[in-house]
Design a binder for this molecule. Sequence first.
Ligand SMILES: *Cc1c(COP(=O)(O)O)cnc(C)c1O
Length: 414
Amino acid sequence: MLTSPTILDAADPLARFQADFVRSDPDLIYLDGNSLGRLPRATADRVATAITEEWGRGLIRSWSHWIDLAREIGDRIGAGVVSARPGEVLVGDSTTVNLYKLAAAALDARPDRRVIVLDDDNFPTDLYVLQGLAAARNLELRVLHTDIDAGIDVDALRAALDDDVALLCLSHVAYRSGALADMSTITEAAHAVGALVLWDLSHAAGSVPVPLTESGADLAVGCTYKYLNGGPGAPAFLYVRRELQATLRQPIWGWFGQQDQFAMGSTYQPVAGIERFAVGTPPVLGLYAVEEGIRPVVEAGIDAIRAKGVALTSYAVDLSDAWLTPLGFRLASPRDAARRGGHVSLYHPDGWRICQALIARDVVPDYRTPDRLRLGFSPLTTSFEDVWTGLSRLRDLVAAEEHLTFDATPGRVT
Ligand SMILES: *Cc1c(COP(=O)(O)O)cnc(C)c1O
């Protein structure tokens, strides 16, 4: 028996957070909050005030408080979104650039080792950054094969680790399947051979607990425009474990990492703390949007968010088993809720056309190759009613073969 969404919504302790976000089209079912989170109601005013008051009136004087924003917001992410101590998280640059900075820093810290381990289900930008670093330094990329629906095989990973490995780089939640990696076990395995570990938290931050401190993780990067609702192109964050900060050096020696920055000294001498991983002038307006984006996440608490994420994805799996499997869909995510993050993927051989037909029915999912519909259920902004309505529209359109009228060639942005 499928539970009615009305009953589930009535019992949802996080339901009130939906009102904190803009929902301009009540008929639109948005299942892509894991790619671009909804706009928090508070953001437009916060950014407008920053523009008119802090920039318009305060002008350059406002730098007296802008100067610390990247670290202050980083600390809030460390305290309420991922588990990190003060002074371990910094906001700025993109996830790609931060990945480059931290991966290069890790490789420099293991100069006698020649191998980077990663998996072939890593997000493309992560693969490219590591390919570029390996090419520039003549290192070996040891690429593990990962089942794209089931996630990382820890035994295969252990077999790939030896004392020539400098760096292991993986996603905490896989971008396509949502498979959740065991951060503690994997970090321990890498440390046992003396390697450093760099985690990409883009699909984890704001959807699952991220035990950076507890697992002893070394390094991490993550997005703020997905579950953290910071807006398109919002600055990313990076994490460096406190004990490593003094010995790691990132490759872009910019003035925002410099000791006594405004002394304008002619030689780079990085500060001791997390700001040595900064580069140039931070994107202040974007930082304020991040501040508003993480506010409801911190207020709701990550454990409550995770509990609702499990309930939403489990509900979607139940509805899919009942309605969609008979229509040729197959679950392309771990079935065990403990092994997946906040989204679920469904495979169908006609995935691209179905995705287009679903958008035409006012349901917005993501399409991911090969032939997967990725359904993101951002816990603060998605109701059980959304899951029910979204999947019932999907069922009805495929049953009516509406997708057969759509173009079979994928577009440039999917
Ligand atoms: C979304 C995402 C990124 C995005 O990187 P950008 O530099 O913001 O384009 C990187 N890695 C993963 C795993 C992602 O999911």
